[in-house]
Design a protein around this ligand. Structure first.
Ligand code: MRU
Length: 389
């Protein structure tokens, strides 16, 4: 086995060098655990290479996973939770220091609450196995079982969110022929299943009720154009890409029936942290009397974070704004250099990865446990603490 930190860069396995990829080929899973002889390793679809290349990253230790999380090779709240849990299992199964690995993985990005949740879940399973007298191998197996359970539960949650979300759309928008605006990426690339907000749009499409999916490109890292458009194309959905700043005129033209987004953390009061650019959409939606719907598993609700002001918003490097790369490749990850400059040398950029939408601008929060609308602290807590369906 590789020693921890020996090579923090995951191994790359090119699957295709075609550009753009053929969306008719079977999708590569966003994450998979590989047993021997390939493993034990954690294999990620490198999301920084999409849509140009479908390339897998093989993580043999926690530092490699931390690097993949920071560069957004693996990203999106629910998938970060799953990756965090597998990362702890990886450290345990390969005989590394599990506490050290758990701390490093949980600290790789601050905003998505699911990352810490996934890490804690596998760590708790590992520690309780150790407390019961298990050796490292058995305790590693317990951590892996916890990660697999989270992966499976996320897929189930995704399916249930799609059902609840579609029912809500039909209730809010009688006539059922929807034009949905979405932001960032919330499909199978962020989930054990078909995702959160995207899963709802997909369910509408399968029922023949999606008239158009409007896809915000999502500056600066283009999760909308690179990833959501890729997933929509794969699914054969009617979609149109727009720059983030074209959303206002789209609302003004009466072309949006509902906004559907995911969430990285939902505070106890119902404030929603999601990809930067979500809050302006909520303001636009309110002005134009359009429902603004957040779709997220209950694991994204964080009772320990009282309100929006308490949510830590990740600030990322200036170079993500001052440089572009084509196709998008984050070069050395989070260090400047390698891209084409689109601002004078030395320009500082304001680059928060997320923003926070207050609960009064959110029409409804859809979870696998049901829908909260209007969004209140009491309603959220009731749903979060209800027995799992
Ligand atoms: O910075 P990213 O790409 O990890 O941000 C992801 C988002 O903001 C998603 O919208 C969010 O995680 C919800 S995914 C179900």
């Amino acid at each position: 086995y590789a020693q921890s930190g020996e090579d923090a860069r995951p191994t790359e396995t090119p699957m295709s060098s075609a550009h753009p990829v053929d969306v008719k080929t079977p999708a590569i899973p966003a994450i998979r655990w590989a047993e021997p002889p390939e493993g034990p390793v954690l294999v990620l679809l490198d999301q920084t290479r999409l849509p140009g290349e479908e390339t897998e990253l093989v993580c043999t230790d926690a530092p490699a996973l931390v690097q993949a999380i920071r560069t957004l090779a693996v990203r999106g709240a629910p998938l970060l939770g799953i990756a965090g849990a597998y990362g702890v299992a990886l450290a345990a199964v390969r005989g590394f220091d599990v506490d050290e690995a758990a701390g490093a993985i949980a600290g790789a990005r601050p905003t998505a609450v699911n990352l810490g949740y996934g890490v804690r879940r596998a760590l708790t399973a590992y520690r309780s196995a150790v407390a019961d007298g298990a050796d490292q191998e058995l305790a590693g197996a317990a951590a892996l079982a916890a990660a697999r359970a989270l992966h499976r539960e996320d897929a189930e949650a995704s399916a249930r969110m799609a059902v609840h979300g579609l029912a809500l759309l039909d209730e809010l928008l009688p006539g059922g022929w929807h034009r949905i605006l979405t932001h960032c990426n919330t499909g199978a690339l962020v989930s054990g299943g078909e995702g959160t907000a995207f899963a709802v749009a997909l369910a509408a499409h399968r029922k023949g009720r999606l008239r158009r999916l409007w896809v915000d490109e999502t500056r600066p890292l283009l999760q909308g154009s690179r990833l959501t458009a890729y997933e929509a194309a794969r699914a054969g959905m009617p979609y149109t890409l727009l720059t983030d700043n074209a959303a206002g005129s789209l609302f003004a033209a009466g072309e949006v029936d509902a906004v559907l987004i995911g969430a990285d953390r939902i505070a106890a009061d119902g404030s929603v942290a999601n990809k930067v650019g979500s809050y302006p959409l909520a303001v636009l939606a309110r002005y134009h009397h359009v429902p603004f719907i957040v779709v997220a598993p209950v694991t994204t609700v964080d009772p320990e974070t009282p309100d929006g002001a308490a949510i830590e918003v990740e600030q990322r490097g200036s170079h993500e704004v001052t440089e572009v790369t084509a196709p998008y490749v984050p070069m050395s990850g989070f260090e400047a250099g390698g891209g084409i400059a689109v601002a004078p040398l030395g320009t500082q950029a304001y680059n928060p990865a997320f923003d926070v939408t207050p609960p009064e601008l959110v029409t409804a929060i859809v979870t696998e446990q049901g829908v909260v609308s209007p969004v209140t602290a009491g309603g959220l807590e009731e749903l979060r603490s209800a027995p799992r369906l």
